[in-house]
Design a protein around this ligand. Structure first.
Ligand SMILES: [Zn+2]
Length: 173
């Protein structure tokens, strides 16, 4: 594995260990030339997936990119990183098991929203808001860059206000 700091290929594995659920092997590596340390992950890949965007553009599926979108949605929320890893692995496995190599970006967006709904309300609203408002944009990361960070929070408080207004008026029938 090439060193990300100096480009040398003289790197060695110092430590290997599986993740808690044994779906990933994490390897700590060290570069013999510059002493840089980095981590690599080994995972099962059942299928080579291609994302088909709404404009028809095709890009290779990128697990890291998916993880970054989800990390942004869960930012400053108390979500265990191991749980996020499992969530992303579960999503990828579902995509791979759909039986097609080509996956519409909308399918991914819908699956992510479903998964976040069960994980964390705020993360779900953040992701859903960005996903729905900026569906036309080229990809999620671009969307996030253009999105005012506080907007989803406003939506949440509005939602809560609506609920408490209703309860003050008594049970709805
Ligand atoms: Zn190096």
């Amino acid at each position: 594995m090439r060193c990300p700091y100096c480009g040398s290929t003289a790197t060695q594995v110092k430590d290997s260990r599986p993740s808690e659920d044994h779906t990933t092997i994490r390897r700590r590596r060290i570069c013999s030339d510059c002493g840089g340390r980095f981590t690599t992950f080994e995972r099962v890949q059942l299928r080579e997936l291609t994302v088909v965007k709404r404009n028809g553009r095709r890009v290779p599926f990128d697990r890291d990119k998916l993880m970054r979108s989800i990390q942004m949605a869960t930012r400053k929320r108390d979500v265990d990183p191991e749980r996020l890893e499992r969530l992303v692995s579960g999503l990828v496995r579902r995509l791979e098991n759909m039986g097609e190599n080509d996956v519409p970006s909308e399918t991914i967006g819908t699956l992510v929203m479903e998964a976040l709904k069960t994980l964390d309300d705020v993360a779900y609203v953040r992701f859903a808001s960005v996903y729905k408002n900026f569906r036309e944009a080229k990809d999620f990361e671009l969307c996030w860059a253009n999105s005012p960070a506080r907007r989803p929070m406003k939506k949440i408080s509005y939602h809560r206000m609506t609920i408490s207004d209703r309860s003050r008026r008594g049970p709805a029938h």
